[in-house]
Design a binder for this molecule. Structure first.
Ligand SMILES: Cc1ncc(COP(=O)(O)O)c(C=O)c1O
Length: 414
């Protein structure tokens, strides 16, 4: 029988690319288990931004001098890298934003205001990050549409059997969901929800902030209409994210922000909008940030998304096994084979903030709180959880240190 060779990455070796790991915290090497909030940055990306600023920086698009053309080529080259990342058919469909949140707000405002109204239904999920929840809830309230959630089952997975019942409540116009949950690591069946939404005549808006750093995101295979990604979670700088949208939808939409760069002509009686994607990019773009985002994509491609996904999958399975050794720890979410490299848990009788503070003294950085998922926390019946999240530079020894640290937490609070 042919055995499929799974790509492997060497996280110990890759750590050398990340200057942050040269530091100690509280006298200990850094175990950075908070990549779901934002990732660390490799030298390759930092060098690309520095080089761009040192050799190629000017404002973009309107300059006729060589340096401005070089800067424009840098920005547009990064756009092409984002296009390839998500397998979009054209760079006209790639809009640079500050982050994933802004990308989703762009759709909620520019599409939602003109396409939602009384009798319509906006569907999100109980798993959703506030970034893909609050804009839709707000837009539903503002337009008179109804707002509904796809419920979760006991394992933190979407109950797709509830979809048809939801559709009885009104005309479904939007299904907004994440590809990977930032709290539980659940990998959602976006293709199935998108197919259902299409049958209803609705658009699907995918929050890929937690997916794009870790696995292949193919907008054509997903069958959705908009996808939001976030550069800072995938080895890129903060301040650079992107929206992919179907060209015909973007063409039909009103602009989101107004001002310079996004116009075709401005007259006292009327202003016309620029071509895609510039219609949605008012003001000076995050130029060097986009270049850094592009360099981060190159870096990740070099390692390979399949290798990254496989590595994190092993780490998640290992972490869940190790946490299961601790009877006073409750873990949340689906089994390892159906989740990404994110593990949420609670220590019996100890508030997550106390857990995180004690771990910090051991040089271990985890996140404690509601993870911008208050509806999910309510569903789980907790105010907050601890969350350890992994990336290409995470090593199993850090999970061992986490478990040792949890024993220490237990001793302190016993
Ligand atoms: C699932 C998910 N969506 C959206 C966001 C927001 O991303 P950004 O910070 O790029 O706006 C996050 C950040 O934690 C996230 O985890």
């Amino acid at each position: 029988m042919a055995v499929e060779a799974r790509p492997k990455l060497d996280a110990h070796k890759l750590r050398a690319d990340f200057p942050i790991f040269e530091q100690h915290f509280h006298g200990k090497p850094l175990a950075f288990l908070d990549s779901a909030a934002s990732s660390q940055k490799p030298r390759q990306m930092l060098d690309a931004m520095r080089e761009f600023y040192e050799t190629s920086y000017a404002n973009v698009h309107r300059g006729v001098y060589e340096l401005a053309e070089r800067a424009t080529a840098g920005l547009e080259g990064a756009r092409e890298k984002v296009r390839a990342l998500v397998n979009a058919s054209s760079t006209r469909e790639i809009v640079f934003t500050r982050n994933a949140t802004e990308a989703i707000n762009l759709v909620a405002y520019a599409w939602g205001l003109n396409n939602l109204g009384p009798g319509d239904l906006v569907v999100v999920t109980e798993l959703e990050h506030h970034s893909n929840y609050v804009p839709w809830q707000y837009m539903a309230n503002r337009t008179g549409a109804r707002f509904r959630m796809i419920p979760l089952d006991e394992q933190g997975e979407l109950r797709l059997d509830a979809l048809d019942e939801l559709a009885r409540d009104g005309d479904v116009k939007v299904a907004a969901l994440g590809l990977v949950s930032n709290s539980l690591g659940t990998v959602n069946h976006v293709e199935r929800v998108a197919a259902w939404a299409r049958e209803q005549g609705a658009i699907t808006v995918v929050d890929a902030a937690q997916a794009a750093p870790h696995r292949v995101v193919d907008v054509q295979a997903l069958g959705c209409d908009f996808v939001a990604v976030s550069g800072h979670k995938m080895c890129g700088p903060s301040g650079a994210g992107a929206l992919w949208g179907r060209e015909e939808l973007l063409q039909a939409m009103e602009p989101f922000n107004l001002g310079g760069h996004m116009i075709s002509s401005v007259k006292a009686e009327r202003t016309t909008w620029g071509e895609l994607p510039h219609k949605f990019e008012a003001g000076t773009a995050p130029i060097a940030e986009a270049v850094g985002f592009g360099a981060a994509i190159d870096y990740l491609n070099e390692i390979g998304f399949d290798a990254i996904e496989a590595h994190e999958h092993e780490l998640a399975a290992y972490a869940l096994d190790r946490l299961a050794e601790l009877p006073w720890v409750t873990s949340y979410g689906p089994p390892a084979d159906r989740r990404a490299g994110i593990v949420s848990f609670n220590v019996e009788g100890v508030h997550p903030h106390d857990v995180a503070q004690i771990l910090d003294l051991e040089g271990i950085a985890i996140r404690a709180g509601h993870h911008c998922c208050q509806p999910l926390m309510r569903k789980l019946g907790v105010a907050a959880t601890n969350r350890a999240s992994f990336y290409l530079y995470t090593i199993p020894e850090e999970i061992d240190r986490l478990v040792d640290g949890l024993h220490r937490v237990r001793t302190v609070f016993a």
